[in-house]
Design a protein around this ligand. Structure first.
Ligand code: B12
Length: 311
């Protein structure tokens, strides 16, 4: 067992202390970068349990937040760490400029606009090495897609630029999705309704759910409900997620969806999923963004599992 696995297996950490994964989630800095800051600069000063596990406290979190702010303000990481550990105030010359996240998001937009695959991939690489997948999806990729749609609507970017960008991001999400069928946790079938070709939200959701240990069976765009029902019968997933931009698509298939919902828990999502559609199809509505929704589904499932075990 490596240290990360041992840490995940730690049953009781005591109040106020966090494992590195939890610290990463809280601060939006990837575990790899946290470890680098700890090893290179001694920025993190974990306590160790009798079993040798590293646990991080509030002072570590405060130093990370200060590091984020100084680095995004333009200081080199080594310089920022020295300053924090010395206890001196930040020099007045540090500009309160955009964060690294904002800068890289701007690089990504500019690269995609000029159809520069290499630069766009490099911006994404930098983002994924500095922040968690969840932060990059929630704070960069999804907002980028929203702006892309607005800019396309007013003719600020061409159809070619929009297709280039969405295909590059799709490829990247599929890269993150590799091996998602092998999760040991509960299973989820993900499908877009017939005629629906917007799948990036569904992919982002699948990636976020996979990171919580789920097993993903991805059918993707334009999936016939009959085909979804067939595999749901044989694979018996914990949940089927149906996505569409258009409420009418749900209503056009309401009878089939209602039938499916008698067999397995069906959740609807995407802009077309409304409370009225959920009522009409006897399904559950997920109206959060894909990353938050993955957290909700996961918690919901664990709670129900606990209830079942207790009863
Ligand atoms: C990329 C894109 C495409 C790509 C999709 C590529 C792909 N592989 O997915 C392509 C080129 C195929 C495409 C085609 C079309 N598109 Co388009 N597209 C977009 C764009 C720019 C991004 C879509 C996206 O992925 N968004 C990211 C998701 C996460 O954001 P969201 O859709 O707002 O979803 C929110 C929630 O619903 C939720 N969510 C979404 N999905 C899921 C899934 C789960 C499981 C969960 C829990 C939550 C969730 O999360 C978001 C909130 O954070 C949007 C602009 C936009 N604002 O989104 C237009 C947009 C959706 N498209 C639009 C249109 C008009 C079209 C076309 C009709 C264009 C045409 N004339 O051909 C076709 C229709 C194709 C079809 N039959 O489905 C319109 C839709 C308008 C409307 N009222 O429905 C938009 C809004 C653009 C615009 N501003 O006008 N498109």
């Amino acid at each position: 067992m490596n240290e990360e696995e041992r840490q995940q297996a730690t049953p009781d950490l005591g109040p106020g202390y966090l494992r590195i994964g939890e610290l990463a989630k809280r601060t939006g800095v990837s575990p790899e970068l946290l470890r680098a800051w700890e090893q290179r600069y001694k920025l993190l000063q974990p306590t160790r349990t009798a079993g040798g596990f590293r646990l991080y406290g509030a002072a570590d979190e405060a130093r990370i937040r200060r590091m984020q702010s100084l680095v995004s303000g333009g200081l080199a990481a080594a310089q920022a760490a020295r300053l924090i550990l010395s206890g001196e105030p930040a020099p007045r010359t540090v500009p309160a400029s955009a964060t690294i996240l904002d800068e890289e998001a701007a690089n990504l937009t500019a690269s995609l606009d000029r159809l520069d695959e290499q630069a766009a991939s490099a911006a994404l690489d930098r983002l994924f090495s500095a922040y968690t997948v969840e932060t990059v999806l929630q704070d960069v990729v999804i907002p980028y897609l929203h702006r892309l749609g607005e800019r396309w609507e007013v003719g600020e970017i061409s159809v070619a630029q929009e297709h280039f960008a969405s295909n590059l991001l799709r490829g990247r999400l599929l890269g993150l999705a590799q091996g998602w069928g092998q999760g040991q946790g509960p299973g989820a079938i993900l499908a877009c309704l017939p005629g629906e070709h917007h799948e990036l939200g569904l992919l982002a959701f699948g990636v976020a759910l996979r990171r919580r240990g789920w097993r993903i069976i991805y059918l993707g765009t334009d999936s016939p409900i009959g085909a979804v029902a067939d595999i749901a019968r044989s694979l018996r997933p914990a949940v089927v997620v149906l996505m569409s931009m258009n409420p009418d698509s749900f209503l056009d298939h309401a009878r089939q969806i209602e039938q499916l919902a008698k067999q397995v828990q069906v959740v609807i999502a995407g802009r077309g999923a409304t409370p009225e559609v959920a009522r009409h199809t006897q399904t559950h509505l997920l109206d959060q963004d894909p990353v938050s929704a993955a957290g909700i589904i996961d918690r919901d499932h664990s709670t129900r599992d606990d209830d079942r075990r207790r009863s």
